[in-house]
Every structure is written in structure tokens, then in C-alpha cells.
Design a protein around this ligand. Sequence first.
Ligand code: ADP
Ligand code: MG
Length: 454
Amino acid sequence: MARSKDVTTGTQIVHAPLTFSPTPFHAPSYRHAIRITPALNTLVNRIANDHAYLRHTLAQTAQADPFTARLLAMLDHVPPVNRGVQLSIVRYDYFMHASAHDAYELRMVEMNCIAASYICLGTKMSAMHRFMATHPATRLHLQLDKLPANDAMHAIPKGLAAAHHAFVRTQLAGQSNNVVLVMIVQAGDTNSYDQDLLRNTLWEKHQLNMIRLSLSDIHAYASLQSDSTLLLDVPNYPQPLIASVVYFRAAYTPHDYPTDHHWQARTLIEKSNTVKCPSVAMQLVGTKRIQQVLDEPGRLERFLPTEDAHQVRATFARQYAFTSDETSETLVKKAIANPQDYVLKPQREGGGNNLYSQQLKNALSTMSPQQRSAFVLMDRIRPPQFTNVIIRDGVAKLDEVVSELGVFGVYVSVDGREQDNYDAGILLRSKPAATDDGGVSAGVALLDSPLLFD
Ligand code: ADP
Ligand code: MG
């Protein structure tokens, strides 16, 4: 379920767009994606704790992109690295890619280091497809062992609970009264059902209260104590609350910071000892520029053992930056001549921001070198197409779809020591093959689950 964006007639509920049956996904590629998740979690956390690397790598991008610049500037105010409890919940997204010898390979689209959504609806979707797989009425007659189990809805609250308990143990000497987790949300978010299922699971399975607040609420109710705890004086709660974990499902786009108050609220959270999921450093790891740089030779090896780096690199599509003038001009010429072979990505999240084909050509033809350095260029991945029935607003339609596999990863560390590091379920999103960009909330992609084939 999701709330309808059409609010003219009051609150309306619509089902999230979905596919009728699971879409085929290459089993060895699926297993590869699951296998490398702990290495990716390690990678993301090591980069997030290397502020000099983040500053250096993002310097030029920040000059061209004020949003990245503002996030980067916040690093000056955060507590020392590898101190306290850290939690990351990341979703690594992949396409299948047809290789030259007619086999499929995994290709990473991006790493989502902030506000990766559809944790619970993805789990519900897998469960629904498993139910339908063998039910005579659906006539699907699918083998259940081809539909992988998906328990993101429990695996992720488990990580949130682990971080909460580590915080209470190490920062509050075990005192857990009036300690809550906080979910930062956008006002008018249409995806509150996915979020509420997560909060409800946290309560049901762990008896932990997670409250929803916006950045405006933080500005109004939060203060920093001398011991660095984030105290919340929220209406309707008799006592002030201490935030153990602040989990962001917002704050990833400039639209989430319409005033200085919103930036002040974010900075207050960053300064505190609350567990930020993600910290601003971790959010910066998710920038397209950092992901592009990792594709350069030797970069992964700085953070990962050779074999892990090799397994991760095997999933990369080539990415390029418009940094030096010389290589930049050659790159622009190549992309303008073959715009269908590339995707142009700004430092944004949430879908609908990338440029393709003619738009990419127009943009690259008119941008100044300075403007270009806010973007990265990526080889376009061509995933295979499958036929499925797509259902949107209750209307079913046969279509060709391409599928993007998301694998969730959870990582918890205490004072720089790894405590938990695991793959935490999946999300398959499919979209009509004729569309360029994805995103369920952006109104393009549909919830799906994989039917593994060898
Ligand atoms: P965002 O942070 O906006 O989600 P993504 O990198 O995930 O940015 O891009 C959004 C969508 O664009 C993806 O879900 C995918 O459908 C499409 N896309 C991104 N990169 C590529 C690529 N290299 N080849 C083909 N499609 C891509
Ligand atoms: Mg994406």
C-alpha cells in the first residue's frame, strides 16, 4: 500500500505498483550479488571513516554542486572517525548484463547509502509471489526453490536494534528509559506504509519505539546535551527522550532542506553522539562521484583485500569523470557521438535525475567545463527484457520489463570494531523496458521478486 499522491479528495490509498508474477533473474548473478555484500559494507564503512579521502575526492565536484559542498562542509563538525556506534543500511542495485559470450553478468547500477526504501514492501512482494507460485488459481506452477527467501523486513530492524543496544551499552551505561529511535521523514511522504511496517516490526520483535520526525521537528524539539546526547522534547511525551539511532528516510535531496533551519537540524544530529544511519560521511560515500572514482584502477584495493576487490570490481560498469580538461573534451565528443551508450548522472538520489540520449547530448553540448564536473558519465547497461503483467492503480497490462536487483546490507561497528556485517534481504524492481530511469516512488518501477534461472 502507498498513500495516493492525489489528495484532492482527501486521503486515498493505492496499492504500490507491482508485477503479477516474479521476473526471471540469472541465479549465478544473484548469488554473486549476495556474496559480495559484506565486502561492500566494509568498503562503504572504510571510506566513510576516511574524511581526508572524501574531502580530496569530492573537492572538484563540490565546487560545481552546492548540495555536495554543503554536505561536505558538515564534516568539519562531526565527532572523530571510528568513534562510538556506527550503523549503515545500504542497498546495492544491479542489472543483469548480457556478456559477449551470451552469458549474463552482474552490473552495479549504484550504491544507495541513504534512505534506501521498500524494505518491507519488497519482503511482502516476495511473500505474495511465493504464495501465488504454486496456487492453482494463478496457473503459474512455479518451483518454490527458484524464489529466494527474502526477509529484509526482519533483518533490517535487527540491525537497528543492535545499534540501539550498542548505543545504550556504550553511551548511556545501560540506562534505557526514555530512549527512542527516530525516523527522519519528509512531510507528505507517500511511502509511509513501508516505513510503518519497519517501525512496527521494531516494536513487535524488539520492543523498541521508533518515532517519526521531520527535520523541522528536529529543529523545534531537539537539543544537544553537554555529554553529546541528542535530547528530544516532543509534544505528547511526558519526559524528554534520548535519541539512540537517527535513521534517515529523507534528507537526501536539496528539496528536503528548504530553509537554514533544516540544515541546522541536520548539523545538530551530526554533532551529537546518536547513531546516524547514515552519517553525513556515509551519505557522501553514496555520491555518484565516489562511485565513479572506485571504478578507477587500484581504488578499491585501498579499502579492500585483493580478492574482495576483484569480486566487487567484476560487477562494475565503466564510469568517467569530467575532471581534467583534456580527457574531458575527448569524453564529451565520444558521448555526443553515441549518446545511447551512456547515462549522465548528477550528484542526486531518488530517481528521475539522470540524462539519457538526446537530453544527454544537449546537456553535454551546452555545459561549461565547470558545470560538467558536477556529473559523472556511465556506460549504459542493457539488461535483458522479459514479458510480465504489470499492475498499476488496479489496471493490469502485458509489457516487456527489465529488472533491477537491490541487495540490502547491514553493518554495525563500535569504536571502529566490526560487530555485525551481513546481507539483509533484497528488493527487485522492474520497469517497462521502454523507460530510461527507474524508481517506484518516481512512478516508473514496479515491485517484483526474482525467479532464479541458471
Ligand atoms: P538514483 O540515485 O537517482 O536512483 P541511479 O544511478 O540508481 O540513481 O539511476 C536511476 C535509474 O536510472 C536506475 O534505477 C536505472 O533504471 C537507470 N540507470 C542508472 N544507471 C544506469 C546505467 N548505467 N545503465 C542503464 N540504466 C541506468
Ligand atoms: Mg537508484
